[in-house]
Design a protein around this ligand. Sequence first.
Ligand code: TMP
Ligand code: ZN
Length: 398
Amino acid sequence: MSLCRICNASVREFFDFGHHPLSAAFVEPGDSGEEFRFRLAIGICEECTMVQLLEDIPEGRQFHGGYPYHSSNSTVMRAHFEETARGFLAKELTGPDAFMVEIGSNDGVTLRTVGEAGVRNLAFEPSGAGGGRVHRAFFDGASAREVRESEGPAGVVYAANTICDVRDIGQVFEGADVLLAPDGVLVFEDPYFGEIIDRRSFDQIYDEHLFFFTAHSVHAMAARFGFQLVDVERLPVHGGQIRYTLARAGRRTPTADVAGLLAEERGRGLTDSRTLDAFAESVRGIRQDLLALLAKLTEQGHSIVGYGATAKSSTVTNYCGIGPELVPFVCDTTPSKHGKLTPGAHIPVRPPRAFSEPYPDFALLFAWNHAEEIMAKEQEFRAAGGKWILYVPDVHIV
Ligand code: TMP
Ligand code: ZN
């Protein structure tokens, strides 16, 4: 039995994807070595309701040197982070000596925008990546103390797509407590479990996402570490996220949106076993439908190409058992993935131009969270008669 990473109570499993490779462990062709695998399974804490992976990836097996690095080769994401920075500048970073910290750096877009407005800022990023001023360390009590001594208190500690990956969240709270000014805020945004249920986006579940937050679980977690959930905001990016704003307990009045979302989650039974069992059932259905569709199209002689060698695609291909016999290659914009094989499923990855040489009949859209942007730039594929295959919230062709 697994124990909750937040409160140590028991975690009840509700879905097992089987043994999966690490989602970023692309394979060199010809490399016949055994891939590391772990049991990808998800459960819910019976006490604090935190939804989480059941297994830890052993120390040293993780792929990335620091926080997962998100490249904003997406214009939508770049605009999102610029907008985020402007929001902080207007609401939180208004004093003469304002200071903002980001955990991880997400390409540095947020902090660059903050810096351009003349506000002091620093990223905690063990790999050193990011572009601006970087403190090469994980964010925890000790590293926050060092920065507090040299820089003074911060008005904002921000993290995007990062906190859900951090095994020891207690250390993040300790760091925030050390570094934040009395009225400062800890703000983080990650995939929302409510959206995962709504969209049946089971492919958000992979090695790097340890936690799947809800207003309930974040509310309970904040209280546990002396903080309070004071605001929630829905974000349309990455398939549906929530931005949680936390302040020290009693320092700010929670917005009506907090009570609203808590009530909504209660009302819909978001973490009831009925809801979780229905989710599990639909994921099994998606696997069946997707395999049947790909097999039928292949049999009919249609060509199919994968679009975006995303981390999410590792869950889809390995859970469904989709290999090069159904999807001969995946095209992707990331140069370091070109010429490699996807983890576990071993589908070759090719550069974007392979997509149009010639256009396939069907494209399986693994990067569905960027669907709008991708469909807009691939209009010629449509014009050539190409169709997109999507598998959330169900298998369909558009
Ligand atoms: P993520 O942003 O969901 O993590 O997925 C990013 C991956 O998708 C990355 O490998 C790049 C790829 N990608 C494309 O190949 N084409 C695109 O237009 C976009 C937006 C992403
Ligand atoms: Zn718990």
